[in-house]
Ligand binder design. Structure first.
Ligand code: ADP
Length: 399
């Protein structure tokens, strides 16, 4: 069985084709700058030469068409025809309160995703264009949608409500939803396997820290609380996002600097975080490479680490205990210094990092705490595309 996974953005389509017999990737790629003067298509067929094209791709229907041509072409293709593809799985950022699991795409499901546009105006309309692009090109292939928010739908009301007039929740769905759910679920499952216990018997904090970042308290095998909120702006300090701050800063700065809603939104999402504090970069590698000579980079690093630590402490208290801390995503999987700095000073909780194990680079899920550490520390590489492919596979086989 072959499954095509699509992550559609407003001007891009990321794709991976999986052979589910052994979960191998047959090809991956990216269509960028859709609808702009020169779109770029990068296609990477496994075992064949990469293809990079600059051409006009007007919309997502044309983008999906080009992906299909490349996947089936004689020179750069990996399959003979799209008849070999049994289903398409899509990543959808926001499932609101409607979707607690992945589902098969039907007319009702599409209506519901559209109803949620106002909660994720940058993402959900783009995902819908991806679904429509597949429908137009492959009308008979079933599609499945996998939501970033679904895993967090188990949070208790005391975790997800904001202390605002309840009317805002009832009328405008203002509440915490949380994101990166596919990743938090996957890495907590794998961590339990590596530890050799049932996830439902563990209290785990999963740290998905990449360009965006969120921490989740996983208790009884379910999301109990998570640091991102109604949108992916809340919580940790991120590459370009502010994370938590006093909300009164927003009207204050808007008045002082005469900013519009769009301008302040852009400041908080695109011009804050590591980039703003370091004045250098949103990329953690550049921060850690320069922090010994550059005091702003050092401040950015210290603030970032401090925020992760505070959340780990808060979630340990919220769960009345902590059995494991799991690091994943770009920074969590690769940054030895970040993992070390986060774990330093957590001996009070029973966290004892093994400095040598922490330094070993590997693609495998592994424990990096000392043998007797009360709290286990793990690195678990995430793979959101594979999880989408697996969910799609399971739904198609049980339909
Ligand atoms: P996204 O949120 O875009 O999916 P990723 O999970 O790919 O992001 O993470 C990207 C981040 O990972 C970047 O900030 C990058 O600097 C960081 N990163 C990747 N490798 C390293 C490394 N060796 N050391 C520190 N940071 C790293």
């Amino acid at each position: 069985m072959k499954i095509l996974v699509i992550n559609a953005g407003s001007s891009s389509i990321k794709y991976q084709l999986f052979d589910m017999t052994n979960e191998s990737v047959l090809a991956s790629g990216l269509v960028e700058r859709i609808g702009m003067d020169s779109s770029i298509v990068t296609h990477k067929p496994t075992g064949k030469e990469e293809v990079v094209e600059v051409k006009e791709i007007l919309d997502h229907v044309a983008g999906v068409k080009r992906v299909i041509e490349l996947l089936t072409s004689e020179t750069s293709g990996v399959i003979k025809s799209m008849d070999e593809v049994d289903a398409v799985g899509h990543r959808i950022v926001h499932g609101g309160e409607s979707f607690k699991n992945s589902v098969l795409v039907t007319d009702e499901v599409k209506q519901e995703i559209k109803r949620l546009y106002s909660l994720a105006p940058l993402h959900n309309p783009a995902h819908m264009m991806g679904i429509q692009g597949v429908e137009a090109n492959l009308p008979n292939v079933p599609q499945v949608v996998v939501f970033d928010t679904a895993f967090h739908q188990t949070m208790p009301k005391s975790s997800y409500m904001y202390a605002l007039p309840q009317r805002l929740y009832k009328q405008h769905q203002v509440r915490r939803y949380g994101f990166h759910g596919t990743s938090h679920k996957y890495v907590s499952d794998v961590a339990a396997q590596v530890i050799g216990k049932e996830l439902k018997d563990l209290k785990v904090v999963t740290c998905h820290i990449g360009n965006g970042g969120s921490l989740t308290a996983v208790k009884d095998g379910k999301s109990f609380d998570t640091s991102m909120g109604m949108t992916p702006l809340e919580g940790l300090m991120m590459g370009t996002r502010s994370g938590d701050m006093d909300p009164a800063i927003v009207p204050y700065v808007m008045a002082k600097e005469d900013l519009t809603i769009n301008e302040v939104n852009s400041m908080l999402n695109k011009h804050s975080g590591l980039l703003a504090i370091s004045g250098l970069s949103s990329d953690m590698r550049e921060i850690t490479d320069t922090m010994h000579e550059n005091e702003n980079a050092k401040l950015a690093f210290d603030m970032y680490v401090y925020r992760v630590k505070k959340y780990i402490g808060a979630y340990a208290a919220a769960m009345n205990g902590l059995d494991a801390i799991v690091f994943t995503a770009g920074v969590g999987e690769n940054s030895i210094v970040i993992r070390q700095a986060v774990c330093e000073g957590l001996t009070f909780f029973g966290v004892e990092l093994d400095e040598e194990l922490n330094k070993i680079r590997s693609k495998d899920a592994r424990i990096i705490s000392k043998e007797g550490s009360k709290v286990k520390v793990l690195v678990v590489p995430t793979n959101e595309e594979l999880i989408i492919a697996r969910d799609t596979f399971n739904i198609i086989n049980n339909a």
